[in-house]
Design a binder for this molecule. Structure first.
Ligand SMILES: Nc1nc2c(c(=O)[nH]1)N[C@H]1C(S)=C(S)[C@@H](COP(=O)(O)OP(=O)(O)OC[C@H]3O[C@@H](n4cnc5c(=O)[nH]c(N)nc54)[C@H](O)[C@@H]3O)O[C@H]1N2
Ligand SMILES: Nc1nc2c(c(=O)[nH]1)N[C@H]1C(S)=C(S)[C@@H](COP(=O)(O)OP(=O)(O)OC[C@H]3O[C@@H](n4cnc5c(=O)[nH]c(N)nc54)[C@H](O)[C@@H]3O)O[C@H]1N2
Ligand code: SF4
Ligand SMILES: [Mo]
Length: 767
C-alpha cells in the first residue's frame, strides 16, 4: 500500500468531452509550455532544434521513423517528443543532500510523478544492508561492489541484466557481450512486455521478427489498418505519414476499443492547413471493437475473402504469390471456412455488415499495410492474432512488395536495435556462433530468463543480483506486490539511470544508483567526442549525438559504466578490449559489423545522411522459415469473456506520460484532468452495473486461480469505450495484472483484457 505523502497535492478530477482531433496548434503550445517549465529557455532551444535532424539528437521518445534527409522540417518533432526530450534535459538536480533528507522507505511511498519531477541523478549512490538511506559512493567503489558481488555468485545464472529500449546500440552490444562472457543469457528487456508477441508471430510465419514496411511504403499504400494503437499520443509523427498517405489517396481503417482523437482527425502543426484549417480526417472507417476481438475480426475478414474468391475465381486471391511463396494455404482455408459467424460477431461486437464493408475496401485495394501495437500484443492471444493478420496479408500477396506489408509499431526509440544487438534471452545459435568467432569465448547456449521468469526466479531466491540498464523494472512489470517482494529478496540491485524512479526505492539488501548521461548530452571519452546509433521501427539505423553539457560532471556514459564493470568482473577482461571500447565507440561498432548481419562497414555507412537501411529478407522474397516459405496458420481462439457484473480492463497510457512515468495528471485528448485514478466505462455498462459518474470505486481483478487483486480509490468516468470494456492508466493498475497472466507462446504480460469488477468504495485511495 502506497499512500501519497501529504505534501503531494490531492487529485482533483475534472472531465471535459474527449477531443475529436489531434496535434494541431494547442499541441505545439502545450509542449513549449512544458519545456519552459522544466528547463531553461536555452537548453530547450538547443535540444529541440537538433532533434531528429541529420547529425543531431535522436528523439528519446518512440521508435517512429524520420522522413528521408531532404524531407525534414526545421521542427521535426511532435508535442510528446518535445516533452520526452525536456524531461531528460530538465535543469532540476538530485544531489546527495536529497537522499539525506529522504529515506528509501519514504521515497518508496512517493508517486511515480513526484519521483520523476525531482530531476536528474548526479552522483553514484549506495544503500548499504540495514540502512534506510542512500549515501554517496565513488565510481571505483560502486563498480567494485557490484563486480565483487557478481564474482561471488555460485553460478552466473544467479544474475539478471535488464534493458529498456532507450539504450543505444553500442551500450546494448557491450551489455550482452559482458553478460555472455560472464556466462549467462539472463537478458530480460522491456520488449518482453511490449512487442514480444509480434516477434514470435512474425518469426514463425515470415522468418523475421521485424516489420516489413518503410515510411515510403506507408505513403504509397492505398489501404492502411491501424489496429490497437493510439498514434495521436504514442507515435504522433505517424499521423504525418498517414496524412501523406491520405493525400495520395489511401483509405484508413482504425480498429480500437476507444475512439482515440488521433484516429479521427489530424491537424498538422507543421503545415498552414493544420494551423488554420479543419485538418485531415484520418480514419475513413472506425471499427469500435470489443477488447480482444481482433483475431475474430481478421478471421471473419479472411473467410469473407475466401468466399469472394469462390464467387469470382481468380479475381480475389494472389494465386501466384500463394503458390510460389507460401505453405499451409489449404489447411488454413479449411479452418477459416469453418468458423462460426455468431462467434465472430460476439467476440468483435461488430455487425457482419461492418466486416463486409471492410472486405469491400480490401477488394478495391492493391497495396495494404496493417499497423498494430499494444492493443494487439498485450492480450492472451496476441500471437495468434498477429498470425491471423499475416494470413490476411498473404492472401492477396500484400507482403514483400512496395506499399504493402506488416507494420508492428515499436515503442521505445531503440527497442528494435537492442534486440538486433543481441539483447534477448533466446538469441539464436547463429548469433552466438558469430560472437564466439569474433571474441574467442563460447557463449552460454541455455536460454536465459525473460522478464516474467526473472521475477519468479527472484521471488524464489534463485537470483542474487539484478542490474537494470535504463527503465523502471518494478513499475513496468506486472503484479506490483509480488514484483516488489521479488526485488527486495535480491542481495544487490543496481540501476544505470538518468532519473529517479520507483525501482531505486524498492531495492535489494544493497542497492546502487549509477547515474548516466542521457542522449541529449555531449559524451566525451579519451578517444574524443562520441556519438551512438539507434534503429527505428522501420529498420533504419542512424546516429544520435548529444549537444547539452552533462547534468553533472560525475556522470559516466552507459558504455563507460558497462566496460568498466566488465573489466573488473571478468578475469583478464576475458580478452576483450573493454578500455578501447570505452575510449572509442567506433571500436564497438567495428565489432558489431563483424557479428551482426547487415552491419558491414558500419562506421562509414552510418554517418551518411539518413544512415543505414537494414536488409529485410521478406522484401527480397526470402522467408527464413523452416520451409523457406511464408506460413499460413490455423488459429483457434477462446473468446475473452467477462462474467456477469464484470468488465474487460485495458491498462494504457495517458497523453502526458512516458511509460511508467507520468508527467502530469492530465490526459488532454480524452478530456481527463487532475487525476489518473480514473476508470473509463461505457455509460450503458455503468447503468447496468448501478454505478454513477464520479463515483468512487475499487478496481478488483479476478484471476483464474481464484485470487483477487485490488487497486483502491478510482473514480468512474463515463466514456465511449466499447461495451463491456473499461480502461485505466498504467502503471497505477499494474497491481491488478497477475504474474501468471501472460500471452500464450510469447510469455508477455497481459496488460489488456483483464477481468475486473468495480466495487463501490472511497475515491482518492491508493494501490
Ligand atoms: N507519449 C508517449 N509515447 C509513447 C509511450 C508513452 O508512454 N508515451 N510509450 C511507447 C511505448 S514503449 C510503446 S510500446 C508504445 C505504445 O503505443 P500504444 O500501443 O498506442 O499504447 P497504449 O496506450 O497501450 O494504447 C493501446 C491502444 O490500443 C487500444 N486497444 C486496447 N485493447 C484493444 C483491443 O483489444 N483491440 C483493439 N483493436 N484496440 C485495443 C487502446 O484503446 C489504445 O488506443 O508507445 C510508445 N510511445
Ligand atoms: N500494465 C501495463 N504494463 C506495461 C505496459 C502497459 O501498457 N500496461 N507497457 C509495457 C511496455 S510496452 C513497456 S516498453 C514497458 C516499459 O518499461 P521500461 O522501459 O522499463 O520503463 P520506462 O518507464 O520507459 O523507464 C523510465 C526510466 O528509464 C530511465 N531512463 C530514461 N532515459 C534513460 C537513458 O537514456 N539511459 C538510462 N540508463 N536510463 C534512462 C529513467 O531513469 C526513467 O525513470 O512497460 C510495460 N508494462
Ligand atoms: S513521433 Fe516519436 S520519435 Fe517522433 S518526435 Fe514524436 S515521440 Fe519523438
Ligand atoms: Mo513498449
Amino acid at each position: 500500500m502506497h499512500r501519497p505523502p501529504s505534501e503531494e497535492p490531492p487529485d482533483e478530477l475534472a472531465v471535459t468531452p474527449p477531443k475529436r482531433w489531434a496535434a494541431g496548434v494547442p499541441a505545439v503550445t502545450h509542449a513549449l509550455g512544458y519545456s519552459l517549465e522544466e528547463t531553461s529557455v536555452r537548453r530547450t532551444g538547443v535540444t529541440l532544434l537538433n532533434m531528429n535532424q541529420v547529425g543531431g539528437i535522436d528523439c528519446p521518445g518512440c521508435a517512429w521513423a524520420d522522413p528521408s534527409p531532404g524531407h525534414r522540417h526545421l521542427n521535426e518533432y511532435c508535442e510528446n517528443g518535445a516533452k520526452h526530450i525536456n524531461d531528460e534535459a530538465t535543469s532540476r538536480r538530485i544531489t546527495a543532500d536529497f537522499f539525506r533528507r529522504h529515506s528509501v522507505s519514504e521515497l518508496a511511498g512517493r508517486s511515480d510523478l513526484w519521483l520523476n519531477q525531482q530531476g536528474r541523478l548526479t552522483e553514484p549512490m549506495v544503500k548499504r544492508p540495514g540502512s534506510d538511506h542512500y549515501e554517496p559512493i565513488n565510481w571505483h567503489d560502486a563498480l567494485g561492489l557490484l563486480s565483487d558481488e557478481l564474482r561471488s555468485l555460485d553460478s552466473p545464472d544467479e544474475a539478471v541484466f535488464y534493458t529498456s529500449g532507450r539504450v543505444s546500440n553500442e551500450a546494448a552490444f557491450v551489455l550482452q557481450l559482458f553478460a555472455r562472457a560472464y556466462g549467462t543469457n539472463n537478458l530480460p528487456d522491456c520488449s518482453n512486455m511490449c512487442h514480444e508477441s509480434s516477434g514470435f508471430a512474425l518469426h514463425e510465419t515470415l522468418g523475421t521478427g521485424k516489420g516489413t514496411v518503410s515510411l515510403d511504403d506507408l505513403h504509397h499504400a492505398d489501404l492502411i489498418f491501424l489496429v490497437g494503437q493510439n498514434p495521436g499520443t504514442n507515435h504522433p509523427r505517424q499521423l504525418s505519414a498517414l496524412e501523406q498517405a491520405k493525400l495520395n489517396g489511401a483509405r484508413v481503417i482504425a480498429v480500437n476499443t476507444l475512439p482515440e482523437a488521433g484516429l479521427l482527425r489530424f491537424k498538422n502543426p507543421q503545415k498552414a492547413r493544420g494551423v488554420i484549417g479543419g485538418g485531415v480526417r484520418i480514419a475513413d472507417r472506425f471499427l469500435h471493437i470489443r477488447s480482444g476481438g481482433d483475431l475474430a475480426l481478421f478471421q471473419g475478414l479472411n473467410r469473407l475473402l475466401l468466399e469472394s474468391e469462390d464467387a469470382r475465381p481468380g479475381a480475389v486471391l494472389d494465386h501466384d504469390f500463394i503458390g510460389s511463396h507460401t505453405s499451409g494455404f489449404e489447411e488454413f482455408a479449411r479452418h477459416a471456412r469453418s468458423i462460426a459467424w455468431e462467434d465472430v460477431l460476439r467476440a468483435t461486437g461488430l455487425a457482419r455488415a461492418d466486416i463486409e464493408r471492410v472486405r469491400d475496401d480490401v477488394l478495391r485495394s492493391e497495396r495494404v499495410v496493417v499497423c498494430w501495437a499494444m492493443g494487439v500484443t498485450q492480450h492472451k492471444h496476441g500471437v495468434p492474432t498477429i498470425r491471423e493478420i499475416v494470413n490476411f496479408l498473404l492472401l492477396r500477396g500484400n507482403l514483400g512488395r512496395a506499399g504493402a506489408g506488416a507494420c508492428p509499431v515499436r515503442g521505445h526509440s531503440n527497442v528494435q536495435g537492442d534486440r538486433t544487438m543481441g539483447i534477448w534471452e533466446q538469441m539464436p545459435d547463429s548469433f552466438l556462433d558469430a560472437l564466439r568467432d569474433e571474441f574467442g569465448f563460447d557463449p552460454p547456449r541455455r536460454h536465459g530468463l525473460d522478464s516474467v521468469n526473472a521475477i519468479r526466479a527472484m521471488h524464489e531466491g534463485r537470483i542474487k543480483v539484478f542490474l537494470g540498464v535504463a527503465g523502471n523494472f518494478v513499475r513496468a512489470a506486472p503484479d506490483t506486490a509480488f514484483t516488489e517482494e521479488a526485488m527486495r529478496r535480491c542481495r544487490l540491485t543496481a540501476h544505470i539511470s538518468t532519473k529517479l524512479n520507483r525501482s531505486h526505492t524498492v531495492c535489494g539488501e544493497t542497492a546502487l544508483i549509477l547515474p548516466t548521461l542521457g542522449r541529449t548530452e555531449v559524451d566525451v571519452q579519451s578517444g574524443g567526442e562520441q556519438f551512438v546509433t539507434v534503429e527505428n521501427s522501420m529498420s533504419e539505423v542512424h546516429t544520435s549525438r548529444g549537444r547539452l553539457q552533462p547534468a553533472s560532471r560525475l556522470l559516466l556514459s552507459e558504455v563507460a559504466i558497462l566496460c568498466r564493470l566488465a573489466r573488473r568482473t571478468l578475469d583478464g577482461g576475458a580478452g576483450i578490449p573493454w578500455a578501447r571500447f570505452e575510449a572509442d565507440y567506433g571500436a564497438v561498432r567495428d565489432r558489431i559489423a563483424n557479428v551482426v548481419p547487415g552491419f558491414h562497414d558500419f562506421n562509414r555507412r552510418v554517418t551518411r545522411p539518413g544512415g543505414i537501411s537494414l536488409p529485410n529478407p521478406v522484401n527480397e522474397g526470402v522467408f527464413g522459415t523452416s520451409t523457406g516459405r511464408a506460413l499460413f496458420t490455423c488459429n483457434d481462439w477462446e473468446m475473452p469473456q467477462a462474467p456477469e457484473g464484470h468488465l474487460l480492463l485495458q491498462t494504457l497510457r495517458s497523453h502526458d506520460q512516458w511509460n511508467t512515468i507520468p508527467y502530469t495528471n492530465n490526459d488532454r485528448y480524452r478530456g481527463i484532468h487532475g487525476s489518473r485514478r480514473v476508470v473509463l466505462v461505457n455509460p450503458e455498462d455503468l447503468t447496468e452495473l448501478g454505478l454513477s459518474e464520479g463515483q468512487g470505486v475499487d478496481v478488483v481483478s479476478v484471476w483464474t486461480d481464484g485470487t483477487e487483486r485490488r487497486a483502491e480509490g478510482f473514480q468512474v468516468v463515463p466514456y465511449p469505450t466499447s461495451r463491456g470494456c473499461a480502461a485505466a492508466y498504467y502503471p497505477e493498475t499494474q497491481v491488478l495484472v497477475p504474474l501468471d497472466s501472460v500471452a500464450d507462446i510469447s510469455n508477455q504480460p497481459t496488460s489488456k483484457g483483464l477481468v475486473v469488477r468495480l466495487e463501490p468504495g472511497n475515491s482518492g485511495g491508493s494501490e
